[in-house]
Each structure stands twice: as C-alpha cells, then as structure tokens.
Ligand binder design. Structure first.
Ligand code: UD1
Length: 418
C-alpha cells in the first residue's frame, strides 16, 4: 500500500489548475444511462471514484471511450446488465446513483446496499422511498436493492433529510416519469445544479435547481449531448487552506469563486487576503492564522467536506476554534490523528474544540476517509519532521495528483511504496 511522505515547513507559493468536480462527474456519468444517443462528458477529473464509475458502467455493457484531457464518450445503447455489484459499491457509495436512471429508462435495477462507512451510517432510505412513491416495486434482500417498474409515475416527494445523491437520484428518475414531479427539501449543492443543467440540455424539463423545491416535468426521451462538469469547489477549498496553513501565497486557476462563499468567508476571517476573478482565486496568508468557529450545513452553508481541512488550520492558529459537524454523525477521526501530531483538541459530541499550538510535530498517521486524509496532509505541511500518511487510497478517490500539485506549489511531498 502506498504512503505519502511529507517534510513540513515550506510556505506554498505558485499557481495550479483546479480539476473538474468529483461530485458532479459521478452523477453526470450516471445520467448518461438516460440518454438515447452517445454523450460526451468533459472536464472529468482523473480520480479513483471516476475509474470505479467507468468500471461500473463498463460491466453493464455500456460502451466507453476515454479521450485525451479526460473527456469521456459514453454510449448506453449496448447495455446488457442492470446490476451494481457489491465489490464496486463497497468502494464507492455514490454507485447508488445508477439506481434512478436504470429504473427510469430500463424498468429494472439491482444495486448493492452501500452499508455504513467511516463517517457514519449513511442510509439510502430517502432514495428508496422516493422511487417507491414513483411506483417502483423495491425489494431489499441479500444486501441488494432490487427494483422494478413499468414507466415511473410522477410524484410529490418530501425528502425527510436533505440529501445530495438522493436529490440527484430522484431528479434523474423523475426526468423520464409520466407527469410532473415535485421534490421538496431538495439539496441545493452546485453539483445538483450542474446535473440539472446537463439533464435539461438532454431534453429534460427541470426547474428550481439550486432551490429547495424542484419541479420536474417528465419527458418521453432524453438525448445524448456534450457536457463539461463544473470545477471542484472542495479541491479548491483544500488548496486554499493548504496555502493558509503554511502562510503562503497561491493562485488557483480554472475554478469558480462563486461556489465557495462560506469557505472564503472563513478563510478571510482567519486572516487570509483573498482576491478573485471570474475563474481564479488568489490567497495570501501574511501571518499566523486566527482560529475560526465553523458549523457544517448543506449548501450554501459551510461544507462538511471542508470541515477536516479547517480543523487542521485551527490546530496551528492563534486562539481556540469550535468546529461543529451537523451533517454526518462520526466525522472527527482526523482529530484523533492530529492529536498524535501534538494538536490540542477536545471532542464533545458533535463539536471539536481546538486550541491552536505554535507547531505540530510529525507522526505516522492513518487516513480514515477522503477528506480526513486531505486534512492530515495539510497538518503534515506544517509539522516539524517527517509525516507519513498511510492508507492514501482514500485520497486518490477524490484528489487528482495531490502530491504533484502540492509539489508544484513548493511542498516537500512524495509518494512511496510501503
Ligand atoms: C454527498 C457528497 C459527499 C458529501 C455529502 C454531504 C457525492 C458523491 N457525495 O454525499 O461528498 O459529504 O453529500 O454534503 O455527491 N441521509 C439519510 N438518508 C438517505 C440519504 C442520506 O438519512 O437516504 C443522511 C446521511 O446519513 C447524512 C445526510 O443525510 O447524514 C447527508 O447525506 P447525503 O447528502 O445523502 O450525502 P451523499 O449524497 O452520500
């Protein structure tokens, strides 16, 4: 298993390009199952989760051509299987995104139940109840969700919890259902809007994307189009925080500042000087950062996927920061690893109280999930000595060439076989 070796103490300086958003690429690739002709999806990041999605589609018999610059051509007309097997779903929960499209277009789907994960129980009950409301027969046995339907019927669905992939699954299903569906308490994340834009370009009639209520007039057929996924706001936020924690100065290109409001506000509050243009963000942290309080919330609130990185920033900041996690129940595993690097953190229920120290000290640490791994890399960038980050397959799920991008900014980081 590979590890990352980081020698801390270098201020990050320079420019890098931000990749396409993982959380937009995955639903858009799932949406290609709905198209009656070939689709081209551009700005696809080179990530393990994308490879898993392509493998999933490939195993179903979907034809895939990967062009240079990570543009993927997908033709679902050759589909022969409607199954997402356990061995793929267990490595990527977002595989559940094929459930809605398969059911809507082909009337059947068999998708392994995702189960728990390192950050909480993460059920998919909202997805299932929504599809049942649209007329699907769903049976759960042997760890699989087995779903059948004739043409789905439009429904008014009030989602009990605000779920990103749940909203996406039901939106894709409703796009081909008979009649007009209304999805209430929908997620407003930019990636949901990106998927709606893609579906509308394919011929869907979706309005209200980016608000709490989606109105979806079902159509008979959707067409293959070209779509370019939006930039990754979490990758952007991670590199901005890396610059802030090392008191550096970086410029991130090909990103979308308007998607990062809550994150930029907190970084500014911590003392960063931030300038933005249409598709770039520059951050300079002139002195030791100040601790900030955050509380995660669905978009446009502070993203749970940036919580761990801000914890890392607080560990070396001036003062005490209070970090409250409201989206997932068990998302502080990174704090336990940071304590091993000398961080002063007290966890009380869903809140972590972090008293900043002058300097962290390197230790071997283990990544437990995707964003936790990123936060440990950030901690390593400012720790005295050599930090080894283990189990970095998590990081490869969501960050394209992280060590290359950080090295380009002057970090001393390399990947080594164990
Ligand atoms: C997506 C993102 C992930 C991000 C998360 C929250 C993708 C591929 N992943 O994950 O990076 O951390 O949003 O912003 O887009 N819940 C239920 N029942 C359900 C579904 C969800 O109770 O049927 C709960 C979850 O346990 C969690 C909360 O709702 O507590 C939000 O989860 P959800 O928005 O569904 O996360 P994902 O869509 O899996």
């Amino acid at each position: 298993m590979e590890r990352l070796l980081i020698r801390g103490g270098h201020a990050l300086e320079g420019e890098i390009r931000i990749s396409g958003a993982k959380n937009a690429a995955l639903p858009v690739l799932a949406a290609t199952l709905l198209a009656d002709g070939p689709m081209k999806v551009g700005n696809i990041p080179h990530l393990h989760d994308v490879t898993t999605t392509l493998e999933l589609l490939g195993r179903m018999g979907v034809q895939l051509t990967v062009h240079e610059g990570m543009e993927v051509e997908v033709d679902a007309s050759t589909i022969a299987s409607f199954r997402a097997p356990y061995e793929l779903v267990k490595t990527m929960r977002a595989s559940i995104l094929v459930l809605g499209p398969l059911l809507a277009r082909f009337g059947r789907a068999e998708v392994s139940l995702p189960g728990g994960c390192a950050i909480g129980s993460r059920p998919v009950d909202v997805h299932i109840r929504g599809l049942q409301a649209m007329g699907a027969q769903i049976d759960i046995s042997d760890g699989y969700i087995r779903a059948h339907a004739g043409r789905l019927q439009a429904a008014r669905v009030h989602m009990q919890v605000c779920t990103v992939t749940g909203t996406e699954n039901l939106m894709m299903a409703a796009a081909l259902a008979r009649g007009t569906s209304v999805l209430e308490n929908a997620a407003c994340e930019p990636e949901v809007v990106d998927l709606a834009d893609c579906l509308n370009a394919m011929g869907a009639r979706i309005s209200g994307a980016g608000t709490r209520t989606l109105v979806i007039e079902g159509v008979e057929q959707l067409y293959g189009v070209e779509h370019r996924v939006l930039p990754d706001r979490i990758e952007t936020g991670t590199y901005l925080t890396a610059a802030a924690i090392t008191r550096g100065r970086v410029k991130l290109k090909d990103t979308a500042p308007e998607l990062l409001g809550a994150v930029l506000d907190k970084l500014t509050e911590s003392g960063a000087e931030i300038r933005t243009g249409a598709d770039w963000i520059e951050l300079h942290m002139p002195e030791r950062p100040r601790a900030v309080d955050i509380s995660t919330a669905p978009y446009p609130g502070f993203p749970t996927d940036m919580q761990a990185q801000l914890c890392a920033l607080n560990t070396v900041a001036r003062g005490c920061g209070r970090v409250t996690e409201t989206v997932f129940e068990n998302r502080f595993m990174h704090c336990l690893e940071m304590q091993r690097m000398g961080a002063k953190i007290r966890i009380d229920g869903s809140t972590a109280y972090i008293q900043g120290v002058e300097r962290l000290t390197a230790a071997p640490v283990i990544a437990t999930d995707l964003r936790a791994s990123a936060s440990l890399v950030l901690a390593g960038l400012v720790a005295a000595g050599e930090t080894w980050v283990d189990r970095i397959y998590h990081i490869d799920r969501g960050y394209e060439c992280i060590e290359e991008k950080l090295a380009q900014l002057g970090a001393d980081i390399r990947r080594t076989p164990e």
